[in-house]
Design a protein. Sequence first.
Length: 551
Amino acid sequence: MKIHDVLIVGAGLAGMRAALAAPPMLDVAILSKVHPVRSHSVAAQGGINAALGENDSWEAHAFDTAKGGLYLGDQDAIEAMCREAPGEILELERMGVIFSRDERGRIAQRPFGGAGFPRTCYAADRTGHAILHAMYEQILKRHIAVYEEWYVTSLIVEDGVCRGVVAWDVLHGGLHAIGAKAVILATGGSGRVFLTSTNAVINTGDGMALAYRIGAPLEDMEFVQFHPTTLKNTGILITEGARGEGGYLLNTLGERFMKDYAPEQMELATRSTVSLAIGKEILEGRGVDGCVLLDLRHLGRQRIMERLPQIRELAIEFAGVDPIESPIPVRPGAHYQMGGVRTDQWGETEVPGLYAAGECACVSVHGANRLGGNSLLETIVFGRRAGQRASEYVRQVPPRAVSDGTLKTEEARIARLIMNPGPERAWQIRDELGKTLSQNLGIFRTKQSMTHALDCVQALKKRAARVMLQDHGKIFNSDLIHALELDSLLDIAETIAAGGIAREESRGAHYRSDFPNRDDGKWLKHTVAYQTSEGPRLDYAPVTITHFQPK
Ligand SMILES: Cc1cc2nc3c(=O)[nH]c(=O)nc-3n(C[C@H](O)[C@H](O)[C@H](O)COP(=O)(O)OP(=O)(O)OC[C@H]3O[C@@H](n4cnc5c(N)ncnc54)[C@H](O)[C@@H]3O)c2cc1C
C-alpha cells in the first residue's frame, strides 16, 4: 500500500494551497473526486479580500469581519487571517494570477457588503477561475501527485490517529486504501443540502461527514449563508460585485427598498441583512414573481462589459435578460456553510493526524455571517497554515504500515449498496431532502419548521438504507457516487437542523421568527455537534474575543 507523508483530500483553493505550503522533500499527494480545476472554487466570481489600500489596515478588516459575523467568529483566527491577507495576495500574484488593475496600474479593489473600505481584489468577475488555474500550474510545475477522479469513502483511524483514507477509483472502479502520516480535508461546502443553491452539484459536504463519522465534531452548522442575489429559477449566483459596482435592488413599486432596512449601507449591507430584506419584500407582496430586481442599467454598457461580463452572459443565457437593457430577477439562495469541521487556527482537528481547511472547516472566522470575499481568503490563508502544520507533524511520525481493516469494511459496504434490492433511488431522496431544507431551514426559521425538517431528514435516512443502483458496473459509476454523496448530505442536514432547533436566538444567517433577537447572554457560543447512533449530540464551546467587544 502506498503511504504518503501528507495526503490532501480536495483540489480546490484550500487543497492546492496546502500542497504548495509543504516542503518539496515531503511526499505530498492531492486526491479529488473531480478534475482539480472543476472544483467549486473555479466558480468564485466577486473577489478576495485584503487590506492593501494606503488608508486601509488589517485591523479594520478584522473589525469588519468580527462585526459582520455578529461576534461569533474567533477573533484570534480572524486577526491571523486579516494580518496575513496582503502577503498572500502578493504571493498569488507572483504565482501568476492576473488581477484586474486600477488607473495607476495597482491591483484594483471593489467595495463589498459589510466592508468599511473597498478591499476586494478581483479578476473581472472570474476571480476563482484565475486563482485556481494559476495555482494548478504550480502544482504541475512541482510534480505534486494528483489522484484525479478518486472518491474518498472513509478515513482510516488506528489507535485514535488518522492514518489515511479509503477511496474509490471512479475511472477504473475499485476501492483502495491509501496511507498517509497526515490527512488534510479540503473538501469544500455542502450547499447541495438545499434545493436552490449557488453550489456545484459536487458540493455535498463529504469531508465534513467523513470527519464527523470518526468522532471529529462539526461546529456552528446551523449557520448557512443565503446569498441575496441568485438568478430566478436556476439559483445561479449573481455576484455581490454587481452591487459593489453600483447595482441597485428594486421591488415591484420600483423602490430601492434597502433604504428601509439599512439606510446607510443600502445594497452593501451584510448578506444576512440584504437576504432578510429581500425575503420580507417578497413575503409582504412587494416582490416581482417571487423575486426582486437587480438593476445595473445605469452602470452603462462599457462598465458592465468590462467588470461584469460573466454576469451578463449568465443573465442572458439563463434568464433571457440582458442587464444592459433590463433589470435581473433575483432572490436569495443557499450559498455557503459557515460551519464545518472544528479546527484550531492551524487546521488541527480533535483527531490527531487529521487537518481541515477551506469551506469544509470551521476555524472559525466567519461567525454567524461571512463577508463576501473572505472565503477565498480563508482557503488561501488556512490552506497554507494547515499544509505547514501537517508538514511539521509528519516529521515526528515514524513510518508505519496501515492495516486493511477499514478497506475490508468499506468493500463490504459498497458491495451491499451495489446489490441492494431497493426500491429507493438516491436522486429522489436527494430531491426531497433539498425541498425540505429549502422550505423549512431557509432565511426564516421557527421551532416548528425546523423540527419538521429534522423529522423528515430522519425518515429520509431510513429510506436511504434502501437505495438501489441501476448501474452495477465499475467504470465511472456515477450512480454509486451519488448514493454515497446522499449519505453525506443526510448527515450534514441533520446537524444543521439539530443545531438550529437548539439555538433559540437570531444571529446573522440564523433568523428565527419565534426568537427574533440576538441573545449574547445565552448564545454567544459555538455549537459543537458529535455523531452518535441517535443523531447529533450537541455541546457548546466559548468564542474567543480579543479586541472587539460584542456590540
Ligand atoms: C458560485 C460561487 C461563487 C463564489 N464567489 C466567491 C467570491 O467571489 N469570493 C469568496 O470569497 N468566496 C466565494 N465563494 C465561496 C468560495 O468560492 C468557496 O467557499 C471556496 O472556493 C471553497 O474552496 P475549497 O478549496 O474549500 O473547496 P472547493 O473548491 O469546493 O473544492 C473541494 C474539493 O474537494 C474535493 N472533494 C470533495 N469531496 C470529496 C470526496 N469525497 N473525495 C474526493 N474529493 C472530494 C472536490 O473534488 C474538490 O476538489 C463562492 C462560491 C460559489 C458557490
